[in-house]
Design a protein. Structure first.
Length: 244
């Protein structure tokens, strides 16, 4: 059973007011954006650059890159999605668990990028910095899709689509274009945020394998039910049993 830690206004737009942890994240990103606008060289020091991590041991970069953004549109879009999909998760989990998940997915996206820069993979240029909260944001989208798979969202405020299909499309795009940085988009980081978020919420690799086994058994039970009109029972929901 889940309970809301912060009650939203009945008449608020979107998910409601900004919750405490998200407010801190937004302010940290805004401050970092102003600093890098005034001193662009800070991106070299705090952005995620594989060469700097591996050769110079700048081990803070897998964390600090999350707070840097390229331009106003970049930070505005990321913070908008953070508010739209993160507020409800923070109310559901509480601030501590929300922050833990946010940084785990952000670090997971960073590790994915670093691994992709190593030979013989070399999908990412080791000397080009990656910046932005998108890896963690994709992790939040994944969590929202697991909790609320049939929720309708409107792409570009026009095209309705269920959240689970929207995230599947994002995942497919990230997978197909992994290593491609065209348009300044790090699809590798996006994919890392999605995968790490899923594994974390499903209990890691062992939990993921257990989920596959369960879904196979569930499929077999459904076939029996359809064939013989039986109702073999089972657990009520699929997504929430490992998400707590």
């Amino acid at each position: 059973m889940y309970r809301y830690r912060y009650a939203p206004s009945s008449y608020s737009f979107g998910p409601g007011g900004v919750s405490p942890a998200i407010k801190v994240i937004i302010w940290a990103n805004v401050v970092a954006f102003v600093m890098t606008t005034l001193a662009p060289d800070l991106v070299t020091f705090f952005g995620l650059t594989p060469v700097a991590v591996f050769e110079y041991f700048w081990l803070w970069q897998p964390l600090t890159y999350l707070f840097l953004h390229a331009d106003l549109f970049h930070i505005f879009f990321n913070m908008l999605v953070l508010w739209m999909f993160g507020v409800e998760l923070e109310r559901l989990w509480g601030s501590e668990r929300f922050l833990k998940y946010y940084f785990i997915t952000g670090l997971g996206a960073a590790v994915t990028t670093l691994v992709a820069a190593l030979p013989p993979i070399a999908l990412v240029h080791p000397g080009i910095p990656t910046i932005g909260a998108s890896g963690a944001i994709y992790g939040l989208l994944l969590a929202s899709a697991l909790y609320y798979p049939d929720r309708l969202i409107f792409v570009y405020f026009l095209f309705p689509i269920r959240l689970k299909y929207f995230v599947m499309i994002l995942g497919a795009i990230s997978f197909l274009f992994v290593g491609d940085t065209g348009g300044g988009i790090s699809h590798t980081s996006h994919l890392g945020g999605l995968v790490v978020g899923y594994l974390y919420l499903k209990g890691g690799i062992s939990g993921f394998i257990g989920e596959i086994k369960y879904q196979y058994i569930k499929w077999k039970m459904r076939r029996l039910r359809n064939r013989f009109g039986a109702h073999p029972g089972g657990r009520r929901d699929d997504w929430d049993r490992r998400i707590h």
